[in-house]
Design a protein. Structure first.
Length: 211
C-alpha cells in the first residue's frame, strides 16, 4: 500500500508554473497515476487544496486485469466510482489508460477484450457520446486549454491499443529488462499508423505550450 501511495503522491502534485513567453501568471495542472481502487486515497485532500485547473490521470487509474473476465475490470471501476464520490473532487479530469486499466498486464494490440475495456473506460470517465473516442479505436485525444496565460495543447497518447507485442526473454536467458528483451523489428509499432498520422497533424497546430 505504501509503495503505491508513495508513487501516486510523488507525481500527483506536480505543478507547472508557466512563466515563459506568452504566460504572465501561473496555471496549475496536476498529474497522477497508479490509483488502486482497494486502497485508501488520502492524497485527494492535498490535491484539492492546490485547486488545479485540470488533473491528468496517466494510467493504471484502476487495477482490473481481466485474465479473460471483463467483469473484474467493471467491478474495479465501480469501486473507484464510489471512492471518487467520497472524495468529492471538484476539478475536471483528463485520462488515458495504462496496462492495468486496459485490462491486461503489459498488454498491447493482442489483448482480445480491448474494445470492451474501451467502452468501460469511456463510461467511467463520463466521456460525451459525441466525442470521437466513442467512434474510433483507441483512446488518444487532444485537449486545448485557453486561459489568460496562453493556449495549452495537451496530447494524450494511447500506448496500449495499437502497441505491437513485446519480445519475451527465453526462460533460460537473463535480461536487464526482466521478462522482456530489446526488439529491433522495425515493423513493430507503439502508436499505430492512424495515431501517428493524428499526432503529426496535431503537432502542426499552434499553441503556447504543448504537453
Amino acid at each position: 500500500m505504501n509503495r503505491i501511495l508513495k508513487h501516486f503522491s510523488a507525481i500527483s502534485l506536480t505543478i507547472l508554473l508557466f512563466l515563459g513567453q506568452g504566460f504572465s501568471g501561473e496555471l496549475v495542472i496536476g498529474f497522477g497515476s497508479c490509483l488502486h481502487q482497494d486502497l485508501p486515497q488520502p492524497i485527494w485532500k492535498d490535491i484539492k487544496a492546490q485547486n488545479p485547473e485540470v488533473f491528468i490521470m496517466l494510467g493504471d487509474n484502476v487495477y482490473g486485469d481481466t485474465y479473460g473476465n471483463i467483469q473484474k475490470l467493471e467491478r474495479a471501476y465501480q469501486k473507484q466510482d464510489w471512492a471518487f464520490k467520497k472524495a468529492r473532487l471538484n476539478f475536471p479530469f483528463l485520462a488515458i489508460w495504462d496496462d492495468h486499466d486496459y485490462g491486461k498486464n503489459d498488454g498491447g494490440v493482442e489483448y482480445s477484450l480491448k474494445d470492451e475495456s474501451q467502452k468501460l473506460f469511456l463510461k467511467f470517465w463520463d466521456i460525451p457520446e459525441a466525442d470521437r473516442r466513442h467512434r474510433n479505436r483507441g483512446l488518444y485525444f487532444e485537449e486545448i486549454i485557453h486561459s489568460k496565460e496562453g493556449t495549452v495543447q495537451i496530447l494524450m497518447l494511447d500506448t496500449r491499443y495499437f502497441r505491437s507485442p513485446l519480445k519475451r526473454t527465453p526462460i533460460l536467458k537473463k535480461s536487464s529488462l526482466g521478462r522482456y528483451e530489446p526488439d529491433y523489428d522495425t515493423a513493430k509499432t507503439m502508436l499505430g499508423q492512424n495515431q501517428w498520422k493524428w499526432l503529426t497533424m496535431a503537432l502542426k497546430r499552434e499553441a503556447d505550450l504543448r504537453i
